[in-house]
Design a protein around this ligand. Sequence first.
Ligand code: FES
Length: 264
Amino acid sequence: MKQQIATFIAARPSPPAWKVRFELAHSPQPGMYVLADLGETVRTPLFPTSIDESGFDTIVPPGHPATRLLPGTQVDVLGPQGHGFEVDANRLLLIADVEHLPLLIPLLDRAASVAVIVEAMTRLQLPSPTIFPPNVELIMVTLDGSLGYLGPLESLDPAAMGFVRASSVLKELLICAEQVCLALHAVRYPDLAAIVYKTRLNPQSNFAQAIIHCPMPCGAGVCDICNITTKLGEKHVCIDGPVFNLLHLHKESENQQPPQKLDA
Ligand code: FES
């Protein structure tokens, strides 16, 4: 496990969170992380939201220990760690809820054509369109229907009069995309994997990649806290992920069903 010294540069509000800047010789790539010793009882995983040759930015919630550091503080970090996103596509689809969107931000410039689906409870929680590059196709989804398409993304229930289900546009974008990267609560991935199976008859192995964000105190596959069950058996998010093939997170019972086309 690689050990490095990061230098804390600054933390500034980026409502509703904080943006924190570290200088680091070897920064994590999108989906990977470093385990930082921020003076807590266990190390804290930090995921990059932007990466350059001198370091990386990360987004953290208010009150996070990184926001209390003084500029110039030397921070002991382990990593880069884990298995990140592998993007090699001209048409990339990114899918996130507003909570996990920062995990996909470093992918916004990784393809010639990028579409982003962002889901929030209500319009006031959606990010400003100005944080996205102007060439990104932005699709907003709200659970209360206050803006954009009606969520949740995986719902195939008929929408009430005047609303359009997000799953309809999701199907169209999945057909067009060469790759899709997701950042959502892990419990939602099996239903979205089922939609991918029904929309794409033979998706390639890295077509859909999903990041799992969970506590990772040891980062070494030792404590078992990040253990999950996948189609390929028991895995540790910290060393086998955090990015997994979405289709390996598919429900076992649905894996055995023949693929069906999603109803229009
Ligand atoms: S964080 Fe300890 S096993 Fe993954």
